[in-house]
Ligand binder design. Structure first.
Ligand SMILES: Nc1ncnc2c1ncn2[C@@H]1O[C@H](COP(=O)(O)OP(=O)(O)OP(=O)(O)O)[C@@H](O)[C@H]1O
Ligand SMILES: [Mg+2]
Length: 508
């Protein structure tokens, strides 16, 4: 146990050792905020706390995985059972586990941004908005913000009645249609995961289930608390309502703008929100930075001191700078001048012995700004790599395979069904889909029901034949889905759908 605490500085140790009651750690970048959470959990495990009673929440799956890995290294076996998860995965887990109790279908699917936008586009057609005036993405964002603030379609509509904005009225109508369609597709979007969980937990009817979770999580941790939104704060309040043991860490200087409905005030107001009449939130600060040199920190301290709403703290570092001129400020004429300046700096660096291009990073605010750098770097023959443009799960092939998996589990998922019904091409074209959708609407059924009843339609024998083939593919996949490991099944699926063949042909 003592050995563990030796890895921490005094400020960090104080935060780790405080375990009774709600607490908040204000700290700058690279000061060991994540380390404090990780070590606090190990400290609790060392004290004999059951991993089942510990929860840690992060903002990305990657951060969750990293924290879990660190925990398992520090405390093998036991740490495996600690829930380290994002808010969304936490709620998805709760909803899947309690689906039957909450009256949800157990096989619901989760729509990502692209799926949601497709569905919103369909709703937009139905309320006949000019697509030029309203982008589906803008509407999606508004709906997301509404969900972040726990505003359901009904409440949204009521709000618009007060505000009398035409734009809002349209959004209200689309929001309500969109929720209906999600239900028909047996799908939840990201925002729903948290909103629905909170809705269920707030419902007296499910008080027992809520209490089960509030009893369970004796120690709750949240990393990057400056990024929380209202729905997440409400969820935390519910989950901590029995033990009141929430430990959050955050950097009030890191939210340059409001990130996705988050609001730094939740961090600054944590004390007010989470103190109870018996116990006040304890506040900690950690200020030693382990990532940057002194010179860099001094300059960022000067910049940050201009922020208006913040908890005062001055970061320091014991890492001495190697160069006098670690930081330069240069004003350029325009974007080309800027890119040329950067290119020439890199060429200078290349003169240094054992220099690697991969040790240089160029940051910019928006993706569009990369273009000029790319042009100029090509000109100067500086090799470069653009990082993070198309994320893995946004790649077409990955999305197609996931759509297949979803359809196999839940054929009512029309968005996924439409995505893959003719991928690879199998003679079920857009006209056929449109025809079947119209029939579905007339008969008040779903696209899937209509596909199953393809024999009753007036489609040509050729088209019917293609649909029969698709249905037998579906039957085959459905038959094997529960008998194979997921990885095995995906290989099987890729083979049976001729997906690889399609990619090979496209490449030729
Ligand atoms: N007491 C310490 N002794 C040595 N190294 C430390 C100590 N505390 C933190 N570090 C190191 O400093 C780095 C930053 O730590 P950590 O990621 O926990 O900081 P953070 O505040 O969460 O950073 P971010 O602002 O990026 O979220 C890590 O490499 C970590 O190992
Ligand atoms: Mg961190």
């Amino acid at each position: 146990m003592n050995e563990l605490l030796l890895d921490l500085n005094e400020q960090q140790r104080a935060a780790v050792e405080y375990i009774d009651g709600p607490m908040v750690v204000f700290a700058g970048a690279g000061t060991g905020k994540t380390r404090v959470i990780t070590y606090r959990i190990v400290y609790l495990l060392n004290l004999g706390v059951d991993p089942y009673n510990i929860l840690a929440v992060t903002f990305t799956n990657k951060a969750a995985q990293e924290m879990k890995d660190r925990l398992v290294k520090l405390f093998p076996h036991k740490a495996e059972n600690v829930w380290v998860t994002t808010f969304h995965s936490l709620c998805a887990k709760i909803l899947y586990t309690e689906a039957k109790n909450f009256g949800l279908e157990r096989n619901f699917v989760i729509y990502d941004e692209n799926d949601s936008i497709k569905l919103i586009k369909e709703c937009m057609k139905e309320v006949s908005v000019e697509p030029l005036n309203f982008s589906a993405y803008d509407i999606y964002e508004l709906i997301c913000r509404a969900k972040d603030n726990l505003i359901d379609p009904e409440s949204y509509k009521i709000n618009t009645m007060v505000s009398h904005q035409y734009y809002r009225e349209i959004v209200a109508e689309i929001y309500s249609k969109y929720q209906k369609k999600l239900l028909e597709n047996n799908a939840l979007d990201f925002g729903d995961l948290i909103m629905k969980t909170v809705e269920f937990f707030k419902n007296e009817q499910f008080a027992d289930i809520k209490n089960k979770y509030a009893q369970r999580f004796k120690y709750i941790h949240v990393d990057e608390y400056q990024d929380v939104n209202y729905s997440q704060v409400v969820l935390l309040k519910i989950l901590s309502s029995v033990h009141h043991n929430v430990c959050v860490v955050g950097d009030d200087d890191q939210t340059i703008y409001s990130w996705r409905g988050s609001n730094m005030n939740y961090l600054l107001n944590f004390k007010k929100e989470f103190s109870t009449k018996d116990i006040e939130v304890k506040e900690f600060k950690i200020t030693q930075n382990y990532r940057s040199k002194k010179t860099i920190l001094d300059i960022s301290n000067i910049l940050i001191s201009h922020n208006k709403h913040r908890v005062k703290k001055v970061l320091f570092s014991n890492i001495e700078g190697e160069f006098k001129n670690d930081v330069k400020i240069k004003q350029c004429e325009d974007e080309y001048d800027e890119a040329e300046f950067v290119a020439k700096e890199i060429l200078k660096l290349q003169q240094i012995e054992k220099f690697y291009n991969s040790t240089v990073a160029v940051l910019y605010r928006t993706n569009a700004q990369s273009r000029v750098f790319e042009e100029v770097f090509s000109e100067y023959k500086i090799p470069y790599k653009i990082v993070g443009s198309v994320a893995f799960y946004d790649r077409k092939e990955i999305k197609d395979i996931i759509a297949y998996l979803r359809v196999v589990v839940n054929p009512q998922d029309t968005v996924s069904l439409k995505r893959i019904i003719n991928v690879p091409p199998r003679g079920i074209g857009e006209t056929t889909i449109l025809y079947l959708e119209t029939l579905a609407k007339e008969n008040k059924t779903s696209l899937w029901e209509q596909i199953v009843k393809i024999d009753d339609t007036e489609l040509s024998l050729k088209v019917k034949n293609s649909v029969w083939k698709f249905l037998s593919l579906y039957d085959l996949l459905k038959k094997y889905k529960d008998t194979m490991y997921p990885s095995e099944f995906i290989k099987f699926l890729i083979e049976k759908t001729n997906y690889i063949k399609m990619i090979e042909e496209n490449n030729n």
